[in-house]
Design a protein around this ligand. Structure first.
Ligand code: GLP
Length: 248
């Protein structure tokens, strides 16, 4: 099934469109299971959801799963994804923290942690909607180029380009962890619905590759073409290299 492409005028419109779809799911299914992402792209979507929650849309029965976590950072580290999620989203809402799951970057045994993460998703009945971003090299979560479509939650090495891209959040490039726990491509593709957000000119090429190119591990996001219900919500800049034939 081709990836559906929705083009919005601005990054604010992307955030509103994504938040409004998530809100629609929550209204229909207050105990939905949401998959979430970190990175700078979804920040505005989370702010919009916080506003909706404060205006009365309850998230108290939601369960959430995050895609990934830096290996070696615990949840109190300001650059850990657990810390990010608590501050950018959870703390501003009535989401119950014990219903939120971010892989534990300081687990004693990485393999056991990854297995437990997958088991928890299954025990909750699977993810209803997974919100994704995309890395400049085509990664989704931390599934770097070379990742297999049947990959599951695991410990991975980060590529030099991802370490360089994410070093903007750290004081020094050497402070960026070299490994991470990440949900696999198969883990993500088992979600009933997937929304990927991308904004800005520097994502244009990789977005077009993911939507239009042959699915291949050189661009892990291209495997989303195999999902039956995946939409990319893009601003005009990120969509600038996508052929008009894909616009929905
Ligand atoms: C990180 C995360 C990804 C995210 C990507 C893009 O590497 N692991 O899940 O999609 O960054 O981030 P940004 O939205 O800041 O471009």
């Amino acid at each position: 099934m081709p990836i559906q492409v929705k083009i919005c005028d601005t990054p604010d419109d992307v955030a509103r469109a994504a938040a409004s779809e998530i809100a629609g799911l929550v209204r229909q299914k207050p105990d939905a299971v949401l998959g979430l992402a970190t990175g700078s792209t979804p920040v505005k979507t989370y702010a919009e959801l916080v506003r909706m929650n404060q205006e009365g849309l309850s998230f108290s029965r939601l369960t959430t799963f995050n895609l990934d976590e830096y290996w070696g950072l615990d949840g109190t580290h300001p650059q850990s994804y657990r810390f990010f999620m608590n501050h950018a989203f959870f703390a501003g809402t009535d989401i119950q923290l014990w219903n939120t799951h971010v892989p534990n970057g300081t687990a004693v045994d990485a393999d056991l942690e990854c297995e437990a993460f997958e088991t928890r998703i299954r025990a909750c009945g699977g993810v209803d909607l997974w919100l994704l971003g995309i890395g400049r090299n085509g990664h989704i979560a931390f599934n770097e180029p070379g990742s297999a479509p049947d990959s599951r939650t695991r410990l991975v090495d980060l590529t030099k380009s991802t370490i360089a891209a994410n070093s903007r959040f750290f004081e020094r490039v050497d402070d960026v962890p070299k490994q991470a726990l990440t949900a696999g491509i198969a883990t993500i593709c088992e979600a009933k619905r997937i929304i990927l957000l991308a904004t800005g000119k520097d994502k244009a090429r990789v977005v077009a590759r993911a939507v239009q190119g042959v699915p291949h591990s050189s661009c892990p996001a291209s495997f989303l073409q195999t999902h039956s219900d995946c939409t990319f919500i893009l601003d005009r800049e990120a969509a600038s290299e996508v052929s008009a034939a894909f616009n929905s």
